[in-house]
Design a protein around this ligand. Sequence first.
Ligand SMILES: CC(C)(COP(=O)(O)OP(=O)(O)OC[C@H]1O[C@@H](n2cnc3c(N)ncnc32)[C@H](O)[C@@H]1OP(=O)(O)O)[C@@H](O)C(=O)NCCC(=O)NCCS
Length: 219
Amino acid sequence: MTITIRQATIYDLQAIQNANLHNLPENYMLKYYMYHILSWPQASYVATTTDLSTYEHDEEAQTVDKYSQKKIDESKTDPSYANPKEKVVGYILGKMEDDPNPEDKTPHGHVTSISVIRTYRRMGIAEKLMRQSLYSLCECYGAKYVSLHVRVSNRAALHLYRDTLQFTVLKIEKSYYADKEDAYSMKKELVLEELVPSLFQKSEFVDDFEKDLLSDEED
Ligand SMILES: CC(C)(COP(=O)(O)OP(=O)(O)OC[C@H]1O[C@@H](n2cnc3c(N)ncnc32)[C@H](O)[C@@H]1OP(=O)(O)O)[C@@H](O)C(=O)NCCC(=O)NCCS
């Protein structure tokens, strides 16, 4: 199955909101997603697949129109499709700190939200989304560090941040969430050379950014 990580655009807003509603209790108005994408276009990404036939384009599961009895193309009814052939399976929403009176004036980024739809979890998609966003926050917006909050009970996300990506826990914020659960406030210092996404590619091919790949193809 092929998964593509690409920059999020306003055409993905509905799919992002849909994934957010299905995966997290922290939900936002559509304009807040739009604010991220328009203000810091390089900070938010989506993971998509066009490989639908092999994985979950289940003939049996297709909806049938009540009157005509014709099968309805699920890309027209399922909000997770960014376009008829591309399904959004995960997203990350990132931003720069834009509080006019921040506690810390050092330019820094913030991960507002990340999620991967259930059937696509544990494939490394969230790690890739995070690495891409952290790299861009540092390279494009000069972020010196990035911060985020996570529920103390969220083992999967905590593993991702603390163990995979080496975020550190700054403090516990009591009753941070609407349901009064505590949050870990976490932070990671950003060093551009250490964030280059190709460093974390698990395949053998690593782009050294020096060879002209197209001219190699022609040879
Ligand atoms: C948290 C979440 C985004 C992880 O997505 P994912 O694509 O499954 O994560 P990855 O496959 O990239 O895994 C990254 C690491 O976390 C680990 N991990 C993932 N799910 C895990 C789980 N349920 N329990 C323990 N570790 C887990 C993976 O093993 C991997 O560790 P490794 O680097 O040691 O191999 C996903 O579970 C999710 O969408 N959860 C609901 C939304 C959410 O909680 N978002 C975070 C809000 S702060």
